[in-house]
Write a protein of this length. Sequence first.
Length: 320
Amino acid sequence: MSVLVFAETSEGKFKKSAFEVTSYGKKIAEQLGTNVVVLAINPVDPTLLYAYGAEKVLTVSNDALNTFNTKIYANIIKQAAEKEESQVVIIDSNSNGLYLAPTVAVNLNAGYANNVVSLPSSTSPFTLKRKTFSNKAFNNTVVNTECKVISLAKNSFGLIENQVAGNIEEFSPSIVESGLTSEAIEQTTGKVTIADADIVVSGGRGLKGPENWKIIEDLADVLGAATACSKPVSDLGWRPHSEHVGQTGKPVASNLYIAIGISGAIQHLAGVNSSKVKVVINTDPEAPFFKAADYGIVGDAFEVVPKLIEKLKEFKANNA
């Protein structure tokens, strides 16, 4: 019996969420009196997981798996779970995990709990606290199946260092080659992605046009942040749909979310309210976003943001 964690990589490097799900898996393993096994596909340095409690790391090496494929990845996780006799499988609630976790649950005939925010309050019955109703409420879910699949909400548990002397085992699952695709897809490299960002800078229609997006990008560069946008902005074609955040776009659970020129429609707020600190810059003091914000600036973005960038550059120069 074991707890299996899927640690996702991007270009061979572990995403921050990989360390969070490993930390979480280690604690559940302690609750159950068993060990934690971490599965990683094409990792550059699997030993990094030892710092967060990974006692065994199963590594899969196959260049054809560099592109995420729900069906193939789910089948690999299934085989790993069966090999390790895993009672619990843990996957991150990022954009890939939203497709991956339920598929794994079906493959394993397992109960599935998504948007989980804490360790089980009880292991018998196995009871998990989850976010529900677009993150506006919580419920306690009991999973009665022998095998359980948990999708952990981002930034809900945190990174907990728990250094162990782990070991690495090369895992060679059966892969149906016909399921792999060689289609070239456009990828953005060298930029922080919304799913992995600690800080997200987002713009709305208040920026008046795509030609003004440079202030969003400049602020993001200074902060080491990802850039995002509201639904109307992506619908207008000012920004790609991959940057659309909100209930109908990508969910955001960053440590800091800065909304510039976004009024704060309920669908947008539902997708970003898991962020720990929300800052709003808007000319309209009655904008709904101000009621949800931790900090708000009533002002013109074209005046406020350049000054903010200047002050941040000054601060970084003085504290280098």
